[in-house]
Ligand binder design. Structure first.
Ligand SMILES: Nc1nc2c(c(=O)[nH]1)N[C@H]1C(S)=C(S)[C@@H](COP(=O)(O)OP(=O)(O)OC[C@H]3O[C@@H](n4cnc5c(=O)[nH]c(N)nc54)[C@H](O)[C@@H]3O)O[C@H]1N2
Ligand SMILES: Nc1nc2c(c(=O)[nH]1)N[C@H]1C(S)=C(S)[C@@H](COP(=O)(O)OP(=O)(O)OC[C@H]3O[C@@H](n4cnc5c(=O)[nH]c(N)nc54)[C@H](O)[C@@H]3O)O[C@H]1N2
Ligand SMILES: [Mo]
Length: 766
C-alpha cells in the first residue's frame, strides 16, 4: 500500500543550501521580523502593534507559551513572536470574491504558505452539498445551520469539537460548557499531539500535569538540562532567560540529535553587545543523542548518581525521598541491572560521554529539566518523562528554588485551555463542579482524542467536525488517511482567523466562520472586553487587543455562545449575558476551576497571578498515595534495520506549526525550500546517496505480517551533522509518513519524532 504526499511546493525550485549557523538571533533576526511586519502591516501599524505585545495593558503574544518577565515597559517580543503578530495583524484580506475565483479543489492544490499569505478571513462562507465553491452566508445563517445539524444527530458523540491552543480561557470555558451541555466529551485538542505525554507522566508521578518551576527558578538553577527542544526557533524569549542564568553561573546541558544554533550561542538583539558581539555561549555540554535515546540517557544518569552515592559522594536527597516519595527501592534495583551496551546503542553516546554528563548532574545542587516535542512524540515518551521525574526526585529537585520539571509548552494558551476543561478525559471533581454550578449533568464517558477522532471520522462514527482554530488536517498524522476521513463527514466547520489546508478538505457541507484574533479590539454590548491566558509556568494574566478588527467579526466567545443558545434552546446557562460581558464568564470560572477564585480582581495584578501548584509550593503530591512516585521503565531500543533511518519531523525557523511564514530555515542554512531531508554524511555514504540528490521518503509500518508503506515524494538530501542513523524533515510536509496507529503509550500522541524510513531515488523527479 502506498500513500502519496500532496504535490511539492512550487517555491522549492529555488532551494539553496548553505552552511548551518552556530548562533541565534542578533541583527538578522531583527531584520527578518521587521521586514515581515512591514510587508504585512505597514510601518505605523507595525510599531503600534508590536509595542503592545506582552505589555501589562496589551495583548499576550500569539506565538509561544514562554512566560513574560515581571517587567516594566520594555519591548518584550522576539523575532518569531513578531512574525506571529504580523501573520495575524496583516492588512491582506480574503473576501467572497476570492472564494468565487478559487474552487475548493483549487485551494486543495495550494501550499500552506500560499493559503496563509492570502490574508485574514473576513466573511462567513458556506459550501453546500454537491457544490465545489464556498459562497457567502451570514453568521446567523451559519450558526442556525450548525445548530440544526447538531440537533439532527442520533447521538451527541457523533460530533467532534477540536480546539487549537490560542483560544482564550473565557472562550475555552464556554466551549467545553456548551459541548458538555450538548452531551459529549469529544473535546480533542492540539495538546493530544503536543505535551499530552508530559501531562500523562507528570500527572501520574507528581500529581499535577504541569511543570513545577517559575521564571525566577531558572536564574537560581545550578544546572539546566534542555532536552528535545529548539528554543532558538520555537521559544526565542527563553534564550534571554538562559543568557541571564548563565551570567548568574548556571551550567546548561543540551541533549539533541541536531546541533541547533540557538542552543549553542545566543546574540541578544535587545542588548547592543548582542547585536554586534560574539554573543553568549549557551550550552556548556552538548550531548548529541540518537533519536529516542532519552529514556536510556536519563536512566544512565540515575544509575551514575546512585553509584556516586555508594562511593561516598552525598548526591541523593534521602530525607526528601523518605518523606515525599515511594518506589525508590524498586527504581534503584532496576538500575542495578541497566545494561550499558543497550544504553550506548540507544543513545549513540559512549560511556565516557555519559559520565561527563553525569558529572554535571553530580556537581549541581539544583537542577531544572526543560523539554518539548523532542521528548513527547515517541512511542516511549511517557516512560521517558517518568525517567526525568526519577532523576529529579533522586536529588530532591522538586519544590525548592532553582529546581524542577519544566515542560515548555507550545501554543500560547494551550495550558490554559486544558485548565478550562478542554479535555476528552475530564476528572470527576471538575465535572461535579460544572454540574453544580450550571445545573447540568455532564457526560462521564471519555471522549475522542485527536487520533481517535480521525478513526471515528474514518469509520463513519463521527458525522460533524468543528474546529475552534488550528489546522486539523495538516497538523495530524497520516495526511492522506486524515483527508479521506474528513471528507466522509456530513458537516465540517472551521472557526479561523486565516485560511489553511483544513478549509480545503471538507465534508458534504462545510462552513468557515472567521473570528477575531488576539491583537484585535473585542467590543461587545457592555463595552470592550479582555480575556485571560495561562502561560507555560502557570501564570494567568489578561490580554487585550487594540487593533481595529480585520472586518466585522464575531469573537470566539460570541460564536460559542450564539451556537450554544441555538443548539440548546432550553439551556439554563445565560449565554447572552456571557457574550455581552466576559466578567460574567470569569465569575463562573472562579467558582468552577480551582485557583481562579476572585478572578475578576486578580486579573488586574500587573504581570498576572500564579495558579496553585502543590509540588512546587509545598511538596504536596496529589497522587494515589499522596507521594511522588519513582517508577521503573523498560528500556527498548529502536532498531531501524539495515538501510533504514529514524526520521523526526521538525519546525523550520520560518513557520508556526502549519502556518508557513516563508521558505527559509536560516539557522540550518536552508533558503527558498522546505522539501529537504537532513541526513548524516556518513549515513549517506553508507546508504549510497549523494548530498543534494532528489529522493522519496518511504516510511514502513508493520501491520500483522505485512508492511504498510507511505511515501513523501521529491525531497532534496542535505548532508547535515545530525546524529548517526537519524534523519529530519519538516512538519507538516512529512506528516503523510506518520501512521495514524503509531502513537505513544498512554498519551496516544502520534510518534512524529520517530518514524522508520528508507530513502529511494525520486520516482517522479519534477
Ligand atoms: N516560531 C515558532 N514557535 C513555536 C512553534 C512554531 O512552529 N514556530 N510551535 C509552537 C508549538 S505548538 C510547540 S509544541 C513548540 C515546539 O517546540 P520544539 O519542541 O522546540 O519544536 P520542534 O521543531 O518539534 O523541535 C524538536 C526539537 O527536539 C529535537 N529532538 C527530536 N527528537 C529528539 C529526541 O529523540 N531526543 C532529543 N533529546 N531531542 C530530540 C529536535 O532536533 C529539535 O531540536 O514551539 C512553539 N513555538
Ligand atoms: N509531524 C508533526 N506533526 C505535528 C507536530 C510535529 O512536531 N510533527 N507538532 C504537533 C503540535 S506540537 C501541535 S501543537 C499541532 C498544532 O496543531 P494546530 O494548533 O491545529 O495547528 P496550527 O498550525 O497552530 O493552526 C493554525 C491555524 O489556526 C488558526 N488560528 C490562528 N490564530 C487563531 C485564533 O486566535 N483563533 C482561531 N479561532 N483560529 C486561529 C489559523 O486559521 C491558522 O491557520 O501540530 C502537531 N503536529
Ligand atoms: Mo504544540
Amino acid at each position: 500500500m502506498v500513500k502519496k504526499a500532496p504535490a511539492s511546493d512550487p517555491g522549492d525550485a529555488d532551494l539553496t543550501i548553505k552552511k548551518p549557523k552556530t548562533w541565534a538571533a542578533g541583527v538578522p533576526g531583527v531584520v527578518a521580523a521587521l521586514r515581515m511586519s512591514q510587508q504585512e502591516m505597514g510601518i505605523r501599524r507595525s510599531a503600534l502593534t508590536l509595542l503592545r505585545v506582552n505589555q501589562p495593558d496589551g495583548f499576550d503574544c500569539p506565538g509561544c507559551a514562554w512566560p513574560e518577565p515581571h517587567h516594566t515597559h520594555q519591548v518584550e517580543f522576539c523575532e518569531n513572536g513578531a512574525k506571529a503578530v504580523a501573520e495575524e495583524a496583516t492588512l491582506r484580506r480574503v473576501t467572497p470574491e476570492f472564494f468565487a475565483a478559487h474552487s475548493i479543489p483549487d485551494l486543495a492544490g495550494r501550499s500552506d504558505h500560499w493559503l496563509g499569505a492570502q490574508g485574514r478571513l473576513t466573511t462567513p462562507m458556506y459550501k453546500p452539498a454537491d457544490a465545489d465553491h464556498y459562497r457567502p452566508i451570514s453568521y446567523e445563517g451559519a450558526l442556525d445551520l450548525i445548530a440544526d445539524r447538531l440537533r439532527g444527530l442520533d447521538d451527541p458523540d457523533q460530533a467532534i469539537f477540536y480546539t487549537s491552543g490560542r483560544t482564550s480561557n473565557e472562550a475555552a470555558f464556554c466551549y467545553q460548557l456548551f459541548v458538555r451541555s450538548y452531551g459529549t466529551n469529544n473535546l480533542p485538542d492540539c495538546s493530544n499531539m503536543c505535551h499530552e505525554s508530559s501531562g500523562s507522566a507528570l500527572g501520574q508521578t507528581i500529581g499535577i500535569g504541569k511543570g513545577t518551576v517559575t521564571l525566577d527558578d531558572l536564574g537560581q538553577a545550578d544546572l539546566i538540562i534542555i532536552a528535545g527542544q529548539n528554543p532558538g526557533t520555537n521559544h526565542p524569549r527563553m534564550l534571554t532567560a538562559l543568557e541571564q542564568a548563565k551570567r548568574d553561573g548556571t551550567t546548561i546541558m543540551a541533549i539533541n540529535p541536531l546541533p541547533e544554533a540557538g542552543l549553542l550561542r545566543f546574540k541578544n538583539p535587545q542588548r547592543p553587545s548582542g547585536v554586534i558581539g560574539r554573543g553568549t555561549q549557551l550550552a556548556d555540554h552538548f550531548a548529541q543523542i540518537r533519536l529516542n535515546g532519552d529514556l536510556a540517557f536519563f536512566q544512565a544518569l540515575g544509575k551514575l548518581v546512585l553509584e556516586a552515592e555508594r562511593s561516598g559522594r552525598k548526591v541523593v536527597d534521602h530525607d526528601f525521598i523518605e518523606r515525599h516519595t515511594d518506589g525508590f527501592e524498586a527504581y534503584a534495583a532496576a538500575l542495578d541491572d541497566l545494561d550499558w551496551a543497550q544504553v550506548e546503542r540507544a543513545t549513540g553516546l559512549t560511556r565516557d560521554q555519559l559520565r561527563d554528563a553525569a558529572e554535571l548532574v553530580l556537581n549541581a545542587k539544583s537542577i531544572i529539566v526543560c523539554w518539548a516535542m523532542g521528548l513527547t512524540q515517541h512511542k516511549n515518551s511517557v516512560p521517558t518523562i517518568r525517567e526525568i521525574v526519577n532523576l529529579l526526585l533522586l536529588g530532591g529537585n522538586i519544590g525548592r528554588p532553582g529546581a524542577g520539571a519544566c515542560p515548555v509548552r507550545g501554543h500560547s494558551n494551550v495550558q490554559g485551555d486544558r485548565t478550562m476543561g478542554i479535555y476528552e478525559k475530564p476528572a470527576e471533581p471538575f465535572l461535579a463542579a460544572l454540574d453544580a454550578e450550571f445545573g447540568i449533568t455532564a457526560p462521564r464517558e471519555p471522549g475522542h482524542d485527536v487520533v481517535d477522532s480521525i478513526r471515528a471520522l474514518r469509520d463513519g462514527q463521527a458525522r460533524i467536525f468543528i474546529g475552534m482554530g488550528g489546522n486539523f488536517v495538516r497538523a495530524t498524522p497520516d495526511t492522506a488517511l486524515t483527508e479521506r476521513a474528513m471528507a466522509r463527514a456530513d458537516l465540517t466547520v472551521q472557526i479561523s482567523t486565516k485560511l489553511n489546508g483544513s478549509h480545503a478538505v471538507v465534508g458534504r457541507e462545510a462552513l468557515i466562520l472567521p473570528t477575531l484574533g488576539r491583537t484585535e479590539r473585542d467590543r461587545q454590548l457592555t463595552g470592550d472586553q479582555r480575556v485571560t491566558v495561562e502561560d507555560s509556568m502557570g501564570m494567568v494574566h489578561a490580554s487585550r487587543g487594540r487593533n481595529a478588527p480585520a472586518a466585522e467579526l464575531l469573537s470566539e466567545v460570541a460564536i460559542v455562545c450564539e451556537l450554544a443558545r441555538r443548539t440548546l434552546p432550553d439551556s439554563a446557562v445565560p449565554w447572552l449575558t456571557f457574550r455581552a460581558d466576559y466578567d460574567r464568564i470569569r465569575d463562573r470560572i472562579a467558582r468552577v476551576v480551582p485557583g481562579f477564585d476572585d478572578l475578576n480582581t486578580k486579573i488586574d495584578t500587573a504581570g498576572g497571578f500564579a495558579l496553585p501548584n502543590g509540588p512546587r509550593d509545598s511538596r504536596t503530591f496529589a497522587t494515589d498515595t499522596g507521594r511522588a512516585h519513582f517508577t521503573v521503565n523498560r528500556l527498548e531500543v529502536i532498531e531501524p534495520g539495515p538501510g533504514r533511518l529514524i526520521l523526526q519531523t521538525v519546525r523550520s525557523h520560518d513557520q508556526y506549526n502549519t502556518t508557513i511564514y516563508g521558505m527559509d530555515d536560516r539557522y540550518r542554512g536552508i533558503a527558498d525550500g522546505r522539501r529537504v531531508v537532513f541526513v548524516n554524511p556518513d549515513d549517506l555514504a553508507q546508504l549510497g546517496f549523494a548530498d543534494g540528490q532528489l529522493v522519496d521518503l518511504v516510511s514502513e509500518w508493520p501491520v500483522g505480517d505485512q508492511v504498510e508503506e507511505r511515501r513523501a515524494e521529491a525531497f532534496r538530501v542535505v548532508a547535515y551533522p545530525t546524529a548517526r542513523e537519524c534523519a529530519a524533515a519538516y512538519f507538516p510536509e512529512a506528516n503523510v509518513l506518520v501512521p495514524v496507529d503509531s502513537t505513544a503509550e498512554v498519551s496516544n500522541t502520534p510518534t512524529s519524532k520517530s518514524v522508520i524510513i528508507r530513502l529511494e531515488p525520486a520516482a517522479n523527479a519534477p
